[in-house]
Design a protein around this ligand. Structure first.
Ligand code: AMP
Length: 379
């Protein structure tokens, strides 16, 4: 029988950003101890954890020291080197394990895994040799996206290209490192499914969340989606298929494009809680972070039912450029909740916090969240 890692035990978190912070907050509510392994000091997760171990992921002695002090390890960031995960796994279970991380760390591996297992994706080609670009562009036509295979997020390391010259220029800017060329998807909207899977194979999901991006960064999420039931059911089944195939334990998000002719294509998988799932903190009985905690500790999963519609808007560092936003304006609005991540330097594009609004309908929640964000920077 699987052993439950109960409250009072110690959770280890690889990665120390806002996702780890919100996981740590959920863990503290259950009276767990939290140790975070952080590449930088004074991290968002470190501000909440009992202990912050500051070291590089390649410092395997530090990894060992961290893993020896915890009962289970999970993560908030998928780009943890395999060597660190392997060393840690000698001392404590690491959930999710190596395979999902290995796949999600590299866009080529991810897309290959998805297409080989029958999950729908946009057409894609590997770019390794210079001639690969000419050949794959000829197949894709004149609208494609070139992305680095490794270490990409929030649109970093990617460029839209319309012809060979643009492709060569974009790839040169990326130093001709291994890349992927994807067909450009003229989508109707972007969606995500956030789901949890327990050690016993139990599955819980939040249905479909609708997402808007600005400059490739998530700007707004709302749920529950008002899309036809068959689209929601298909998206959830794709997500379920992916976690089953990976024998996944923890929380995973599948990001989708919904094409103009109502086809779902998987864009990405994130083997951890996701920005689009932040609204589950206010909207659902058990948030994505609580589900992660429950899944990795072998506790029964919680209810992911929506108690009320919600919308979330990100607060990027750009909002700080004139002056510190006026938080009192958001706090004065009923049904609006503020989350700040404790990051000291507000750089443009940096995720500093978010606002979630709840209301009678997703549309009302969206208007409320956008109004709150506008108000905090009004002069
Ligand atoms: P990614 O870093 O791959 O998640 O991409 C970030 C954002 O870029 C996505 O959320 C989309 O808005 C856009 N994007 C990425 N890939 C494509 C594609 N193949 N076609 C159209 N838009 C894309």
């Amino acid at each position: 029988m699987t052993q439950v890692i109960g409250p009072g035990k110690t959770i280890g978190i690889f990665g120390s950003g806002q996702l780890g912070r919100m996981l740590a907050l959920a863990a503290k509510r259950f009276a767990y101890r939290v140790l975070v392994f952080s590449p930088a000091a004074n991290s968002p997760t470190g501000g909440v954890a009992d202990i912050e171990i500051c070291a590089d992921y390649n410092d395997l002695e530090a990894v060992k020291n961290f893993a020896k002090q915890v009962d289970v390890i999970t993560l908030e960031f998928e780009n943890i080197p395999a060597s660190a995960v392997e060393v840690a796994a000698k001392y404590a279970p690491v959930r999710p394990g190596l395979e999902p991380l290995y796949i999600a760390q590299n866009r080529l591996r991810e897309k290959t895994f998805l297409s080989e297992n029958g999950f729908p994706v946009a057409p894609f080609f590997a770019l390794r040799l210079r001639e690969d670009l000419t050949e794959s562009l000829a197949q894709l036509g004149d609208s494609a996206i070139l992305k680095t295979a490794g270490f990409g997020y929030d649109g970093k390391g990617q460029a839209k290209i319309a012809n060979l010259a643009e492709g060569q220029e974009a790839w040169a800017r990326l130093g001709f490192q291994e890349a992927i060329l994807e067909g450009f998807v003229d989508f109707e909207r972007e969606l995500s499914v956030v789901a949890a899977r327990g050690l016993d194979g139990s599955f819980a999901h939040y249905g479909v969340i609708e997402n808007d991006h600005r400059k490739h960064i998530l700007d707004l999420s709302l749920a529950p989606s008002q899309l036809p039931g068959h689209v929601v059911a298909e998206a959830v089944e794709i997500c379920r298929g992916i976690v089953e195939r990976l024998d996944f334990v923890g929380v995973l998000c599948v990001e989708f494009f919904l094409t103009k002719n109502q086809r779902l294509l998987v864009n990405e998988i994130a083997p951890r809680p996701h920005n689009s799932g932040h609204l589950t903190i206010e909207a659902c009985l058990s948030s994505q972070f609580e589900q992660q905690l429950r899944a990795v500790c072998a506790l029964p999963l919680g209810s992911s039912e929506f108690l009320r519609p919600a919308a979330m808007v990100n607060l990027l560092g750009d909002l700080w450029q004139a002056k510190e936003p006026d938080w009192a304006k958001a706090c004065a609005m009923p049904g609006v909740n503020l989350h700040l991540y404790g990051k000291s330097e507000a750089r443009p594009g940096r995720k500093m916090g978010h606002i979630t609004a709840v209301a009678a309908t997703p549309h009302e929640a969206k208007e409320k969240a956008l109004t709150a964000r506008r108000k905090i920077i009004e002069t």
